[in-house]
Design a binder for this molecule. Structure first.
Ligand SMILES: NC(=O)C1=CN([C@@H]2O[C@H](COP(=O)(O)OP(=O)(O)OC[C@H]3O[C@@H](n4cnc5c(N)ncnc54)[C@H](O)[C@@H]3O)[C@@H](O)[C@H]2O)C=CC1
Ligand SMILES: O=C(CO)COP(=O)(O)O
Length: 371
């Protein structure tokens, strides 16, 4: 039997048969069809479902239907989120083959490809709820930019998924502001994988479209740390914008931030590759987030208000249910830095957290970050 990730043969099309797990290729070789569930239905989660659903219709080795777990608070009575996520992605059709499922266990139980894309703070609870309730052959991918800090040390979200669910977990990160991809503007993304290149290629095929170009690198930690840490630098860039310090200052902050991202990643995982920082997940994501992301936007407002309005207040007012990842990531990074005695090595990361909690004024971003 050919593996499910066997490249498609020319002329091969979807069988459109949702009732069977087996299809027959032109060579009469039966292959397993994969079932995909997206866990999360926020701004990026909805766009990810749209990308995937456009491909499962075209690719023969995937079932057409894509289930999307919808946390109950987003279900306005009577609205079908499978057509449009009126709260987190209004005005965009996700595809008729996206099925919104409010029950988490029901959403994941038949899938052998799980795509995790929720704000990072909810992932541990989600993993606990589905542990032991998923198929044994599940492959997972995390699109989540963030980390947890445990007593033992930092824990990336892909590791959290692997530890709780006992499954292999790739990551997909990149310069991917969701609202731009939703209207099919061109962008790139990076899949990070540990060992199994064929699984990574299967994920690439599931996400890749003419306007969303995906490539894979063997550096799961590097890719995930890039996506996670750039949110801290984006806050610094937002402070600079709020203080109207200009483009040169912002570029300087981005350069110092990139240097800290690389140094921190390599101190945590010696396997992290320099080349990863030149992929979409690295410098490109840093640039787009510092120019147009939500973390930048809220940090700009925070600085304009002289730090007098909290991030929680600004998030609720400006993002209407969407979640900032940078403020909690800055805290998590700070905990690692203090615990390991690295605070002096990472002045920008440390200063961002101290500004967020009100220990330093926003103007400190340039005074302290350079030392
Ligand atoms: N939005 C974007 O442009 C991009 C986001 N990302 C990353 O993707 C991840 C998810 O982001 P988004 O989809 O944008 O989410 P979002 O920022 O739109 O957050 C809202 C989501 O959180 C859910 N939620 C709220 N309370 C919850 C709870 N108690 N338990 C479980 N879920 C709850 C909501 O139902 C909704 O699905 C984040 O790590 C983010 O950094 C990555 C690339 C782009
Ligand atoms: O990760 C992102 C773009 O790649 C989005 O960043 P924000 O969460 O700051 O909007």
């Amino acid at each position: 039997m050919a593996p499910a990730y066997e490249p498609l043969l020319a002329g091969e099309t979807s069988s459109n048969n949702n009732d069977s797990n087996i299809i027959i290729t032109q060579d009469e070789v039966p292959i397993n069809k994969s079932r995909v569930t997206v866990v999360g239905s926020g701004n990026w989660g909805s766009v990810a479902a749209k990308l995937i659903a456009s491909n499962t219709l075209k690719l023969a080795n995937f079932h057409d239907e894509v289930r999307m777990w919808v946390y109950e608070e987003v279900l306005p009575s009577g609205d079908k989120l499978s057509e449009e996520n009126v709260k987190y992605l209004p005005g965009i059709k996700l595809g008729n083959n996206v099925v919104a499922v409010p029950d988490l266990e029901h959403a994941v139980r038949d899938a052998n490809m799980l795509v995790f894309v929720t704000p990072h703070q909810f992932m541990e609870g989600i993993c606990k709820r589905i542990s032991g309730k998923i198929r044994e052959d599940v492959e997972a991918i995390s699109l989540i930019k963030g980390m947890e800090v445990k007593r033992e040390g930092p824990c990336m979200i892909s590791s959290l998924i692997t530890e709780h669910l006992g499954v292999n977990c790739c990551v997909l990160m990149g310069a991917n502001i969701a609202n731009e991809i939703a209207v099919e503007k061109f962008s790139e993304a990076t899949v990070g994988y540990k060992e199994n290149r064929e699984i990574a290629e299967k994920w690439v095929r599931l996400f890749n479209t003419p306007y969303f170009m995906v490539s894979a690198v063997q550096d799961v930690a590097g890719v995930e740390l890039c996506g996670t840490l750039k949110n801290v630098v984006a806050l610094a860039a937002g402070f600079v914008d709020g203080l109207e310090m200009g483009n040169n200052t912002k570029a300087a902050i981005m350069r110092i931030g990139l240097r800290e991202m690389k140094a921190f990643s390599k101190l945590l995982f010696s396997s992290v590759k320099d080349s990863t920082f030149f992929e979409s997940c690295g410098v490109a994501d840093l640039i787009t987030t510092c120019l147009g992301g939500r973390n930048r936007k809220c940090a700009e407002a925070f600085a304009r208000n002289g730090g007098k309005r909290s991030f929680d207040e600004l998030e609720a007012e400006m993002l209407q249910g969407q979640k900032l990842q940078g403020v909690s990531t800055a805290k998590e990074v700070y905990e690692v830095l203090s615990h390991r005695g690295w605070l002096e090595l990472f002045p920008l990361f440390a200063t961002v957290h101290e500004i967020c909690i009100g220990s330093l004024p926003p103007t400190s971003i340039v005074e302290y970050s350079q030392s």
